[in-house]
Ligand binder design. Structure first.
Ligand code: ADP
Ligand code: UDP
Length: 236
């Protein structure tokens, strides 16, 4: 497998073409951004941790029947993934009120939601990723009703699997963001990453935040929080 030219550089990862037309290589960076790119910084070691955490969780989900883009980890920061056309949606799943939901609905952070909340945001940095509903998604031609149903079902299953798994390592899964993409044959798979950048993880005993909120909110201990997640999940 040969790494060819860079196709894209995002806020947290670079994507490279390979000599296999169906495979890409993603390369995780230490760069961190928040508030739609307004706040910028570096979290030392983040790229390697997010690469390993994502791959660990994707492999676990794959075993439990969720199709993913994961193929093979090739270095501490690089992974071979199946090439997909990303469906421009951020699928957000919430168990406990936090972040933008707390602000929008006036719910104290940490309030347990009576049932799981699923939200879709249209992935468009220039528009600030506005929230959309099924009607917008269909009207904009982003996904069909059947595709929305499949993406929703997968996302709720991912929530069940991850919530259960994380309980055993004393992590409460507050909320997270998923992205899905289409393989060249049209199959929808889970793509992008699942990491402390894209999930809220709270220590179940102390309530301590072990995720990117430490960076967003200048709480300190950012690197240690990422390391702690790696340790609890992979034992390292
Ligand atoms: P952003 O684009 O939001 O700054 P990243 O820095 O994480 O985010 O960039 C990675 C980009 O690669 C994202 O746009 C993501 O949607 C895309 N991506 C993730 N997995 C795949 C994949 N398997 N195939 C193609 N693109 C992918
Ligand atoms: N999230 C993400 N990328 C985004 C927006 C949100 O990974 O562009 C994740 C975020 O880490 C959190 C969940 O989605 O786990 C819900 O985020 P929220 O809507 O509360 O937004 P935020 O408070 O991050 O602005």
């Amino acid at each position: 497998m040969q790494k060819l030219e860079q196709l894209y550089e995002g806020k947290a990862k670079k994507v490279f073409r390979t000599d296999d037309p169906e495979l890409f290589i993603v390369d995780y960076k230490d760069d961190a951004t928040a508030f739609n790119g307004v706040k910028k910084g570096t979290i030392l070691g983040k790229g390697a941790i997010n690469n390993r955490v994502t791959n660990f969780l994707m492999q676990m989900l794959e075993k439990k029947g969720i199709p993913t883009h994961y193929v093979k980890e090739i270095s501490d920061r690089e992974t071979i993934v199946k090439k997909v056309q990303i469906i421009p949606l951020e699928v957000i799943v919430r168990n406990i009120a936090a972040g933008s939901l707390s602000k929008r609905l006036g719910l104290k952070e940490g309030t347990k939601l009576k049932s799981t909340v699923l939200e879709f945001c249209y992935k468009d940095d220039a528009l600030g990723d506005p929230m959309v509903n099924d009607y917008h998604i269909q009207a904009l031609g982003i996904a069909t009703p059947a595709e929305i149903k499949l993406i929703s079902d997968y996302s709720l299953r991912v929530n069940d699997i991850l919530t259960e798994y994380l309980k055993d390592v004393n992590i409460e899964l507050i909320d997270f963001k998923l992205e899905f993409g289409k393989l060249s044959d049209g199959t929808i798979v889970l793509a992008d990453e699942i990491s402390p950048d894209t999930c809220r993880f709270w220590d179940s005993k102390t309530g301590e935040k072990l995720d990117k909120d430490r960076f967003r909110r200048d709480m300190g201990g950012v690197e240690d929080a990422y390391k702690e997640i790696l340790k609890r999940l992979l034992g390292e």
